[in-house]
Design a protein around this ligand. Structure first.
Ligand code: ADP
Length: 304
């Protein structure tokens, strides 16, 4: 396992605002990494430091073996960035926009042409190369933004809320493009998102709050630890079931035709089910979602 990004004791203040208060985490190569946190948590500040746009007050960042602050040109060649707001020229065509970016990396001639075509092919935009960027739909534009970031074949792609503002169907399309990139091209994706269903596709998640790490783990680990779960039982005889629950001091809630029992771990349901076995018509265990986990971790809703 190669750690493509390694962040150690990272700190940054803006005058008296302590935006990042000492972060330690790493990103494994080839993985989809989600970096989450409520507004103002310090995500952009951290990403700007990793991408060499902002100087840390202290701490160390290694990107593919190069240290930020010492070898920034090399780091910039290894990364691609898709910003929340597009930076492309609406009047120029898709090809022109991506070509300009490629030439900034010193590519020219046949090599440049091929790099532009490859980048557009990866995001499924080859049929739109001659269209002005400004005439494309929101989802198509987003895919071109990603192509622009891919033209220098980066080792790691930073995506800052890549699907925000897109309609649900377009979001799914753009999301599939991102997910394919990671799986088929083994690209490392460093993602921030407000959509928890996207974060639940990540290989690993770091949640920050108030400039510090609030939680880290796989989506399954975070859901298990912070989201809580519910055991739903359809009773054969409701009164008798409730009596047993009361006798055993088990907290429950009555719904129209089910009884729900909050449990911490899914396996906790086994002991309860055993106690009321005679009275179960049917049951299911519903796991908490990433949305629940996020609220459990930060006490805040993620969406603005
Ligand atoms: P996020 O990306 O998670 O929303 P930011 O990194 O943008 O968080 O912000 C972290 C904190 O730093 C916030 O309190 C924000 O107001 C503050 N901050 C961010 N950028 C600046 C800046 N350029 N000058 C002063 N304060 C800033």
């Amino acid at each position: 396992m190669n750690k493509i990004v390694q962040v150690t004791s990272l700190k940054k203040s803006y005058k008296d605002v302590h935006a990042v208060k000492g972060l330690d985490f790493y990103v494994e190569e080839g993985k989809l990494f989600a970096f989450l946190g409520p507004n103002g948590a310090g995500k952009s500040t951290t990403i700007d430091m990793i991408c060499t746009y902002l100087r840390p007050d202290s701490g160390k960042i290694l990107l593919d073996g190069s240290e930020v602050g010492k070898n920034d040109d090399e780091i910039r060649r290894k990364i691609g960035i898709v910003f929340q707001d597009s930076v492309l020229d609406p009047i120029l065509t898709v090809r022109e926009n991506v070509t300009i970016r490629g030439s900034m990396y010193g590519l020219h001639g046949k090599e440049l042409k091929e790099a532009v075509e490859n980048a557009c092919e990866v995001v499924g935009m080859t049929d739109f190369m001659k269209r002005p960027y400004g005439k494309l739909s929101g989802g198509q534009r987003r895919r071109v933004d990603i192509a622009r970031a891919l033209v220098n074949t980066p080792k790691i792609l930073f995506l800052d809320e890549p699907t925000t503002g897109l309609d649900p169907q377009t979001r799914v399309n753009v999301w599939n493009t991102i997910s394919d990139l990671q799986k088929q091209n083994n690209m490392t994706i460093f993602l921030t998102t407000h959509y928890m269903e996207e974060a639940s596709d990540a290989d690993y998640v770091v949640v920050i709050d108030d400039g510090k790490i609030a939680a880290k783990g796989t989506p399954a680990q975070l859901k298990e630890k912070y989201a809580g779960n519910y055991l739903y039982i359809v009773p054969k005889n409701k009164d008798s079931l409730l009596n047993t629950l009361k006798k055993n001091k088990i907290t429950y809630k009555q719904n129209i035709d089910t009884i729900s029992i909050p449990i911490v771990h899914t396996v906790d349901s086994l002991e309860i089910l055993d106690k009321v076995r005679e009275n179960i018509d049917s049951f299911e265990v519903i796991k908490g979602t990433m949305d629940d986990a996020f609220i459990g971790i930060t006490g805040k809703e993620i969406r603005r």
